[in-house]
Design a protein around this ligand. Structure first.
Ligand code: ZN
Length: 107
C-alpha cells in the first residue's frame, strides 16, 4: 500500500511507501524532501483520575513543588487514564502555499 500526496495547484507531490518490516512509512523525511510539510496537528486529550487514596494522601502531604513533582512522576501512570486522539493533520505545499487539513479520523 502507498499514500500519494499531490498538490492540485502546482503538481508538487510525494509518495509514502513502506520502508521497514511492519510496513512503516517515514512521513517527515519523505514529504520535506518533496517541498511539502506537515504544518500542524491537533489532538484531543482526555485525562481521567482513578486515584488510589495513597496517591491523594502523598500529594496532600507534599510541602514543596519538588515533592509534588516526585509523587507525580512516580505514581501518575498508576492513578490516571489518558486518551489522546488525533483530530487534525494539516499538510502544506511549500512551493505554492496550498494546503489540506485531514480531519474526522473517527466516524
Ligand atoms: Zn503546490
Amino acid at each position: 500500500m502507498k499514500v500519494t500526496i499531490e498538490c492540485e495547484q502546482c503538481g508538487n507531490k510525494a509518495e509514502l511507501t513502506p520502508e521497514t518490516v511492519g510496513n512503516h512509512a517515514y512521513v517527515i523525511p519523505k514529504i520535506n524532501g518533496n517541498n511539502l510539510t506537515v504544518f500542524e496537528t491537533a489532538f484531543e486529550k482526555e485525562v481521567r483520575l482513578s486515584a488510589y487514596s495513597e496517591f491523594i494522601d502523598h500529594l496532600a502531604k507534599a510541602k514543596t513543588k519538588e515533592e509534588v513533582e516526585t509523587y507525580l512522576e512516580d505514581e501518575i501512570n498508576y492513578n490516571t487514564e489518558a486518551e489522546v486522539k488525533i483530530s487534525e493533520l494539516r499538510i502544506d505545499c511549500k512551493s505554492c502555499g496550498d494546503y489540506i487539513v485531514l480531519t474526522r479520523f473517527e466516524d
